[in-house]
Design a protein around this ligand. Structure first.
Ligand code: SF4
Length: 480
């Protein structure tokens, strides 16, 4: 699903990523051009708003708006963002927060001059910090926790910029990957658990920070390494330097970045995402074999795992569902009849492939289950004689507090139903999920370096009561 409504059914029946960030320091030459290209590569991480802040070291420019990168920027807009430093952001949020004041990069006043900030993740102590800042007289422009981070940095006790970032990193808790542009410097830093990704790339004298390494391919840069947990990267006239600001805690890389958010051509924690997904499919076939004639993917999210399932089972991979890539989230479905038609507009079965065949259908996750049920019915209506659903992730039973919109626990079908009850609900002939052990094996990473909290309830950080009470404690659904 790569952060988008995969099959394009109900946008509330999939997990949503909540932002991508980039930071560029060219030394000479326009940085906004590269930030713009990088945002195209990160578009899957957020389609609601996009923005770039640039600077020549003395002045700062920002342009951001609601919409896709291609809608927000054109040649003229990019030309109006001069300078050799830039940061950029793409954002996803739920409908309630689709507002321009929450678009990023945010621009706030600081002791070092105008400071632009772009954030991916979610703070778990944002309400407490915001209340404290408001008592000090700070007025907020937005309802994002990202602005809380910016204000904590801007109001740090006297010291250098790096001291201020260290002070803020010592106070904010949760998941954060941040790029910052201030005082002729681009900075990037990551929480001590490294929950959300951040990678460093290079092309000659140009340094780039990005949520995913696929952004480097679009900018002719080379992947250097992931930013370490609790590490600060500083890009300025002196080149690149790194500082370990926080003692690294237990690493907790989000497994859903590997399962479906990240692009298949990204490198995460040292491994290629597509190959990891392919191994998930191979292990899934071993754990839940099926007697079938063809293996299908729910496009595009299930494709890599479906190829792995086909590899390991010997059952041929086929294309049985065609996705219309031009139906976006903005498609309005005013009534039930149109909604039913909308299903076929977004995903259409290939009758010539399905007629009389026993099908294995591979997808990456089930959130509410309504989408899976619709696809199973659609395949049967197109002639499939059996539909065996295989999911390349374990059941999602707990909410995420680290920047992924998992819906509340009550909306997660696996939180209240057994696998057999879900199979019955989606009317599949059989249903099998990848085990937690199988997922860890596929990722080729130690389990204690992963966050699997939405699968096993073991959160890598303390989760305060007010966060448990409501994910959107600052208002509707504001996150970066
Ligand atoms: S709880 Fe789940 S979605 Fe959230 S960071 Fe952890 S693994 Fe990722």
């Amino acid at each position: 699903m790569n952060g988008r409504p995969a099959a394009g059914f109900a946008s509330d029946d999939v997990l949503h990523e909540e932002c991508g960030v980039v930071g560029v320091y060219t030394g000479i030459g326009p940085a906004a051009t590269l930030a713009h290209l990088a945002l195209y590569a990160l578009q899957h991480r957020g389609q609601e708003s996009a923005g770039i802040a640039s600077s020549d070291g003395a002045r700062t420019w920002v342009h951001k708006d609601m919409g896709l990168v291609s809608q927000v920027f054109d040649g003229g807009r990019i030309a109006a963002l001069p300078g050799h430093l830039a940061i950029g952001h793409v954002r996803y949020s739920t409908m309630g927060s689709a507002r321009i004041e929450n678009a990023q990069p945010l621009l706030v006043a600081s002791p070092w001059g105008p400071m632009a900030l772009a954030h991916n993740g979610n703070l778990i102590n944002a309400p407490v910090l915001r209340a404290a800042l408001e008592r000090e007289g700070v007025t907020f422009q937005s309802t994002t926790d990202s602005e809380v981070i910016a204000q904590v940095i801007a109001r740090a006790p006297e010291g250098t910029l790096e001291d201020a970032v260290a002070y803020a990193m010592g106070r904010i808790e949760g998941a954060y990957t941040i790029t910052l542009l201030v005082a002729g410097t681009v900075l990037g830093f990551r929480d001590a658990h490294a929950i959300r990704p951040l990678a460093l790339g290079r092309a000659d004298r140009t340094w780039i920070l990005a949520s995913e390494s696929c952004a480097f391919d679009h900018t002719a840069a080379t992947y250097v390494r992931d930013v370490a947990p609790g590490e600060l990267i500083v890009l300025d006239a002196g080149g690149m330097r790194a500082q370990q600001l926080l003692t690294p805690r237990r690493e907790a890389h989000c497994v859903f970045e590997h399962i479906y958010f990240a692009r298949p051509d990204t490198i995460l924690a040292g491994g290629n995402v597509h190959l990891g997904r392919r191994r998930m499919g191979q292990i899934l076939a071993r754990e839940h074999p099926a007697r079938a004639d063809i293996v299908l993917a729910v496009p595009d999210s299930g494709t890599s795992a479906a190829m792995g399932f086909a590899d390991a089972s010997g059952i041929p991979f086929e294309v049985g569902l065609i996705k219309n890539r031009y139906i976006g989230r903005t498609f309005i479905q005013p009534d039930q009849a149109t909604r039913d038609l909308g299903v076929r507009l977004k995903l259409n079965p290939l009758r010539e492939v399905l007629e009389g065949r026993r099908v294995v259908l591979v997808d990456d996750s089930i959130v509410r289950g309504t989408t899976s049920g619709k696809i199973v019915r659609m395949l049967r209506a197109a002639g499939a004689t059996e539909v065996h659903v295989r999911i390349s992730s374990p059941p999602i039973r707990f909410p995420c507090f680290y920047g992924i919109d998992t819906s509340s626990r009550g909306e997660l079908v696996a939180a209240s139903k057994s696998v057999e009850e879900i199979r019955d609900m989606i009317a599949a002939d059989s249903l099998g999920y990848l085990s937690q052990r199988g997922l860890v094996e596929a990722l080729q990473l130690p389990r204690d370096r992963l966050c699997m909290a939405c699968l096993d309830g073991a959160y890598p950080t303390a989760v305060p009561e007010e966060t448990l009470a409501g994910r959107h404690a600052l208002e509707g659904a504001p996150r970066g």
